[in-house]
Design a protein around this ligand. Structure first.
Ligand code: WT7
Length: 654
């Protein structure tokens, strides 16, 4: 973690108030209502969350203890029993709701499907029975490596139905990355597809799984379920691989939801950190159910009549919380889309909005920046009048981009919720409540009610107004990470020891730098650790470095981020080669491909620079600050006294 000053030069004063009409129709209608909720939470946090857990969710058995907080370990609604699929499906099977669309899906080649709540429930129960027949029981882990097709949501819900722990692996990850995750999670079953569609090409998913499982390298995996999506020929290993569609045939659709302990794990999702290996973030049933339900309801003002489109892939937490669990728990219609933002035609996203009458649209700034390059005419030629609320997530949004989103997509009338959160937080943490909080372009505004956020120094003292510091969360919340799977020490050291208040309190360290302005609004500056944000996705520099040094030509590697117009950041790798190798264009390509092989296409370096030596401090630490400057063509300034070999820097510069 760097201790350099955290600076933000964003000085944005414009204020956008929701219309009276929007406010009056929303759940939280005014700043004073928001304040009241926050006060109530502050007075008695346990009562606050307990009342909501009671009113917003259905429980099979009520909890005995609201919160058991033994820092840094939290247990929520201890003794309570519930099942998230009951809240997402069964409770919407009333006569008036069961035929409402739960999930509408648009495939890239133009095919489409709609599932009513009744139909989705049937599918989920059936797959849950299939999993049982394959020997999956409560607590077993199931890997899911699927494209954005309804089966991805069905597979997740089927696991949750019987208490199996899903671990979704983004379909852009490589065989090596799959293997690492399946090994760590000791998955018993993997659910994948013959392929997925991406920009008119087939992504060979099953082939990647075969490579990951080759020669029994992941001994825990007993079965592989394969969805037919693209129809191309693939290898099916006897007694291991089964077609999803075959398994479904003749299987009963009757599968009662398993009563889960509130603190039973719901899923593991791997995310990048500051060390080489991604960490398995564990979320549990009770707290996550409440937190995703409530944040979806209040931050997106979601009613059961809404058509919510969160464009994130289910391979990321945003897809978990806001494509699958949150909207379904609220009885709304969730939209799933298989294609890239510019698959087929650059207006394809707006076609989906128009076709399904999307009312709430949630995406990442990187996608908006890309859409901006296609011009205003495209969205203006579509009917986007169904949209009433817009959202962004994943990275700071530049005010210019915010204004474009507001004016061109929102026709100047839709509030924008800039939601700050993380894989670890389960749901949104900083966000305007759209009917209550006036927005400023570029600010995630204020904490969600019940969340105690602050900007502090390394000793946990609040920093003055408008000064940069570390964003922390000072009290436990229901959606918080419970542990790092298989690695409790890492849970402690990553999140709970970096900020050390003198009085022994535990503050959750987010890894982000931020400042708070005179109105208390939060402005996120970006990561203060070695995590890079590429197109709204997190990557650890160490992870990419480990991938590079695993190539026989590489002696040493250092990876830094550089600003990129569309992606936000891109990777630049500095490499020293082993003596017997020479730097060539061919080797550059080989090394880029090697990273894709080890991690996946999102980690492909934009540039590789070969160096005789990397600049290091006398204690041997790579001076990334210099590398960052060099990567972005900036003047190398600052203290070079700790540099071990000054000539290394000069050579790099030239
Ligand atoms: C990191 C978390 C869960 C959201 C998707 C990414 C950055 C997220 C914002 C925002 C500025 C943001 C932070 C955070 N981030 N939202 N609204 N404004 N930065 O989840 O992969 O766990 O990444 O994304 O740096 O720490 P993730």
């Amino acid at each position: 973690m760097t201790t350099t000053t955290i600076e933000s030069n964003l000085q944005e004063q414009r204020l956008f108030k929701p219309s009276t009409k929007f406010s009056q129709a929303s759940y939280i209608k005014s700043r004073s209502e928001y304040n009241k909720l926050c006060d109530r939470a502050q007075e008695n946090p346990e009562r606050f969350w307990a009342e909501l857990a009671d009113s917003e969710l259905q429980w099979f058995k009520t909890w005995d203890t609201v919160l058991d907080w033994q820092p840094p370990h939290a247990k929520w609604f201890v003794g309570g029993k519930l099942n998230i699929t009951h809240n997402c499906l069964d409770r919407h099977l009333t006569a008036s709701s069961k035929n409402m669309p739960a999930l509408v899906w648009q495939g890239e080649p133009g095919d489409a499907r709609t599932y009513s709540y009744f139909e989705l429930h049937q599918e989920v129960c059936q797959m849950a029975n299939v999993l049982k027949q394959l020997g999956v029981t409560k607590g077993d882990r199931v890997g899911i490596y699927l494209p954005m097709i309804p089966e991805a949501a069905i597979a997740m819900l089927a696991c949750a139905r019987i208490g199996a722990v899903h671990s979704v692996i983004f379909a852009g990850f490589s065989a090596e990355a799959i293997k690492g995750r399946l090994l760590d999670a000791e998955a018993k079953v993997v659910i994948t597809a013959d392929g997925g569609w991406r920009k008119n090409k087939v992504v060979p998913l099953k082939t990647q799984v075969d490579k990951a499982l080759a020669s029994g390298e992941v001994p825990s995996v007993e079965s592989v379920i394969v969805v037919i999506r693209t129809g191309q020929r693939i290898h099916m290993q006897p007694d291991r691989d089964y077609w999803w569609q075959d398994l479904q045939n003749g299987t009963s659709c009757d599968c009662p939801a398993e009563p889960m302990d509130s603190e039973d794990p719901l899923f593991i999702l791997y995310t990048s950190g500051t060390t080489g290996k991604p960490k398995g973030v564990v979320h549990t049933v009770g707290g996550y159910s409440l937190y995703t339900h409530l944040t979806t309801k209040w931050a997106f003002d979601l009613k059961d009549t809404d058509v919510f489109w969160c464009t994130a892939d289910v391979g990321w937490i945003t897809g978990h919380s806001y494509t699958v669990y949150g909207p379904l728990s609220n009885g709304a219609t969730t939209v799933m889309y298989e294609g890239a933002p510019h698959a087929g035609n650059p207006g394809c996203l707006w076609d989906v909005v128009e076709k399904y009458g999307v009312t709430v649209f949630y995406t990442a700034p990187t996608a908006i920046r890309l859409l901006m390059t296609f011009g205003e005419e495209l969205p203006q030629s579509r009917n986007l009048s169904s949209i009433r609320l817009l959202g962004t997530v994943g990275e700071p949004i530049n005010p210019t981009v915010w204004m474009w989103y507001h004016r061109v997509i929102g026709a100047g009338r839709c509030p924008i919720v800039d939601t700050w959160w993380q894989t670890e937080t389960g749901g949104v943490m900083l966000t305007p409540l759209p009917g209550a909080i006036p927005t400023k372009p570029g600010s995630a505004t204020l904490p969600f009610p019940g969340i105690v956020a602050d900007v502090v120094d390394l000793s946990g003292n609040p920093v003055p107004v408008n000064e940069g510091g570390y964003l922390v969360i000072k009290q436990p919340w229901p959606g918080m990470i419970r542990t790092v799977y298989n690695n409790p020490d890492r849970y402690l050291s990553t999140y709970w020891t970096k900020i050390a208040p003198k009085d022994g309190q535990y503050f959750y360290f987010t890894g982000d730098g931020a400042r708070q302005d005179e109105d208390g609004y939060f402005w996120i500056v970006g990561r203060v650790d070695d995590v890079i944000n590429i197109a709204g996705h997190r990557l650890g520099t160490m992870e990419v470095e480990s991938a590079l040094v695993s190539h026989s030509a590489v002696a040493e590697a250092a990876v830094v981020g550089r600003a990129s117009e569309i992606k936000g950041e891109e990777l630049v790798a500095f490499i020293t080669l082993k003596p017997e190798y020479v730097a060539t264009e061919e080797l550059t390509q080989t090394l880029k491909q090697h990273v894709v092989h080890e991690i996946g296409a999102i980690a492909r370096p934009a540039e590789i620079q070969f160096a005789k030596a990397l600049p290091k401090t006398r204690s041997g630490k790579i001076m990334r600050r210099f590398l960052r400057a060099i990567a972005s063509g900036e003047e190398v300034t600052g203290d070079v006294s700790t540099l071990e070999d000054r000539t290394a820097l000069d050579k790099l510069r030239s």
